[in-house]
Design a protein around this ligand. Sequence first.
Ligand code: GDP
Ligand code: MG
Length: 597
Amino acid sequence: SSLKNIRNFSIIAHIDHGKSTLADRFIQVCGGLSDREMSAQVLDSMDIERERGITIKAQSVTLDYKARDGEVYQLNFIDTPGHVDFSYEVSRSLEACEGALLVVDAGQGVEAQSVANCYTAIELGLEVVPVLNKMDLPQAEPDRVKHEIEDIIGIDAMDAVPCSAKSGMGVEDVLNDLIAKIPPPEGDTDADLQALIIDSWFDNYLGVVSLVRVKEGTLRKGDKILVKSTGKIELATDIGVFTPKRLAKTELKAGEVGYVVAGIKDIHGAPVGDTITHAKTPDVPQLPGFQKVKPQVFAGLFPVSSDDYEDFRDALEKLTLNDASLHYEPETSDALGFGFRCGFLGMLHMEIIQERLEREYNLDLITTAPTVVYEVVTRSGEVVKVDNPSRLPDPGAIDEMREPIVEANILVPQDHLGNVISLCVEKRGVQKDMRFIGGQVALSYELPMNEVVLDFFDRIKSVSRGFASLDYHFVRFEASSLVKLDVLINGEKVDALALIVHRGNAHHRGRMLVEKMKDLIPRQMFDVAIQAAIGGQIVARQTVKALRKNVTAKCYGGDVSRKKKLLQKQKEGKKRMKQVGKVEIPQDAFLAVLKVD
Ligand code: GDP
Ligand code: MG
């Protein structure tokens, strides 16, 4: 049937190995966009994605390609994000495919996240096709990297196709190779409709758009469809594919990937992982969905001006229409007033949401130090989850505290092994495994999540000069000696500055934290005392000395332009300051813990 000329595939690659560039090249080769439309990295469509050069939302593209065997193939490919924060998007995309291209930078070699994603693909029964990218670079070592792919991932790589997504060299070889190796989809276009929702997002013009993979049957424009989990019946008003432009079609058949618009108002009405069928065939079984993702990192977000609270709430509501992994609920802080406690997949997710709120919704926000979720067993035997240090029960009421533990898989070239091990030890890691594979070492550690989410990623990159890579996942909660670290400003406890830390390094953290805050809190008209306390006991103190009058005149006497600059800087800084008691505290000071090792 016609299915034999369809190929559904994803691209797996470590960040920066050239996945998006290769995808753009495919679009160009297949003529999906004219040269004029072919702006750099068309798939990374959100501004932030383009600026940061990363892919956040998975995207699908359908292209027709005339292969060397003379036949025209319909290629459906799904670009996926590479960062560990978004790995759940990867497994979702894989679910819709029969194969995956594993793109490896031939100069860098295999990296940990690609390994993890490859295992997911293999588990799902996908054909993994390795590709050696960046062959135009002089440091490319195709033979070493082929062996690495075989030794670390365990798939055949000797005939991996060499290419350069940048120059275009070998790109058509890649397309022909994937057509030969990846099997066509299976399915019966005449069967009852069964389609998997891979992704749903909110479009300002269309409402909710769902990306679906039709497993069985045929979905036609104008069909009455049933979303299995909600039981709601909707009219499929618009269906089609992305080329990557939106191209309307009259039908999507078994084996195909495309979009559906059905007048659904929010993404909860078209949940990712859900099954769509026809209203007249309600008994079609639900497909196995995806694992639900739970937020891992929580922080309080507060508008600098309390007038913005309602706008902030609206913005969060709109953002969750796009991003179901963002969680939020109202939070009240003595120090910061009304805001929201938000849950994120990781630090990068948090930064991106913060940036979108500020940029797209024009909000000035103060973010408190991020924290993981702890389990607290109370004296009465109750187990409560705590995602906010200021909500920690009284020490007297706590029987046991448990922290989340992750398994981290790290790949590092031998030269940097010592530094990476030292870092893992510093972060309270327990080594589980160490294997030498080619020039790299595969390390497995169990580490407290708290130590990993905050700055581990940056630290591991810096101690290995960028060569180590990391993948991690939650394994369990474990009893641990944890304490609350309070910060007092001029004698007053500031709830929004409280932290949960390990007892073993609580004193050190406290000292480093107040030291850092001393540098970050600007001088005011009076002395500002910053103290760290554990239990009732003060463990560290610093003072920001009072400003003497007319500081600009004194410091910068004659130099008018420097003086202007200073005033300008103060003005800009003002926006992101929050008055706590009588003291103005800037955003940086709330996040000072992120700058403390
Ligand atoms: P992604 O994070 O995997 O999507 O990677 P990108 O496609 O964004 O590429 C990361 C960087 O590598 C960009 O600066 C690209 O221009 C560059 N790049 C991608 N492919 C090649 C290639 O084949 N050769 C060279 N020299 N650079 C490449
Ligand atoms: Mg990309």
